[in-house]
Design a protein around this ligand. Structure first.
Ligand code: DAH
Length: 328
């Protein structure tokens, strides 16, 4: 084999290579395992031939690295040619989960009223969830059949009301705060219940707060969420942490109060619980009930989503079926 001829042929080809692809082909041709040079090297029996072939191999390798460096330096020619008129690859855009959308919408309504948003922990004390909220020892909500206990003093919060306690323990009145987030109850999943769900809690503490302030705030809230034509009504109820306590309903946004499937023909939809903060709650957090008064309310966010969009089963929100999630 003529080492010099081979070397100069390779040198010429390498110098003419236009891109990395061509260079790779040439590398296989001149230096690959089955290239004439490699085969010849394997057959070498004398020193002279060996030295000549090795010198040719070194020169060719050197030519490859130089050409490689030159191609890399001469950007953009080293790029693979491509057709700039081809359509691009579509980037999928995500979106917020319906519950997150509504959650943010609610936060915006209250931020607009001058409220602060408080984010409480989902694992919280029995004291914050029950005791400070004036819940009697024998109240059914304390039962481990209803609430998930982490240990004797700690639960997965069954409502967002401990946000009231945490806020009041951390600051002096006046207080205007909403707390939104996940809550947990030992319920079997059904179309209307899931063991994990979301609530929004509202607390206002100031001088001379009354049930009328509660009514006005709830009305503003529901009109912002369901339309300006909504009316609300309050019915007497009982919660350990409010006195008096009420439950509030909103006129059905589907039929406008005439009666339909969504409102079970009553024209009204039950939305949540509320009331004037019980003096015992103020005492538990060190506020003077003679000086301060307040209102609080709480309700479920899934329920708002379900009613507003008319889907029949809460569990859909947890299944992560994109055909469902993409509708909102
Ligand atoms: N925490 C109650 C529940 O989960 C809802 C509630 C009722 C919250 C009355 C309040 C309230 O702030 O005043 O059922």
């Amino acid at each position: 084999m003529d080492a010099t001829a081979l070397e100069s042929e390779a040198q010429t080809a390498i110098a003419a290579a236009r891109d990395a692809g061509c260079l790779e082909e040439l590398r296989v041709r001149y230096l690959g395992r089955k290239s004439p040079l490699k085969l010849a090297l394997r057959e070498v029996r004398d020193r002279e031939t060996g030295m000549a072939l090795n010198a040719a191999r070194a020169a060719i390798e050197d030519a490859f690295s130089k050409r490689e460096a030159a191609l890399a330096a001469s950007a953009p020619e080293h790029l693979e040619p491509f057709d700039v008129t081809l359509p691009g690859e579509r980037v999928e855009r995500g979106r917020l989960h319906l519950i997150t959308q509504i959650r943010r919408e609610i936060e915006d309504v209250f931020l607009g009223l001058g409220y602060a948003v408080f984010d409480g922990p989902e694992v919280d004390t029995v004291f914050n969830n029950f005791t400070a909220l004036n819940t009697p020892e024998a109240h059914p909500s304390r039962d481990p059949q209803d609430t998930f206990y982490v240990d004797g003093e700690t639960v997965l919060r069954p409502h967002t009301s401990p946000g009231q306690i945490r806020t009041m323990l951390a600051q002096e009145p006046p207080v205007y705060v909403v707390s939104l987030g996940r809550v947990y109850r030992r319920d079997t999943p059904t179309p209307r219940h899931t063991p994990t769900f979301h609530q929004v809690e509202c607390l206002a503490v100031d001088k001379g707060i009354s049930l009328a302030d509660l009514r006005g705030t709830v009305e503003h809230f529901f009109r912002a969420l369901f339309g300006q034509e909504r009316e609300i009504r309050m019915r007497t109820s009982y919660f350990p942490f409010t006195e008096p306590s009420v439950e509030f309903d909103v006129t059905c946004f589907l039929c406008g109060g005439e009666g339909c499937n969504v409102c079970k023909r009553s024209g009204w939809i039950e939305m949540g619980g509320a009331g004037v903060v019980d003096p015992a709650v103020f005492e538990a957090v060190g506020y003077d009930p003679e000086e301060w008064s307040g209102f609080a309310f709480g309700l479920g966010i899934e329920r708002i989503a379900m009613l507003r969009h008319g889907f029949p089963d809460l569990r859909l929100l947890w299944e992560n079926d994109l055909r469902f999630a993409r509708q909102f």
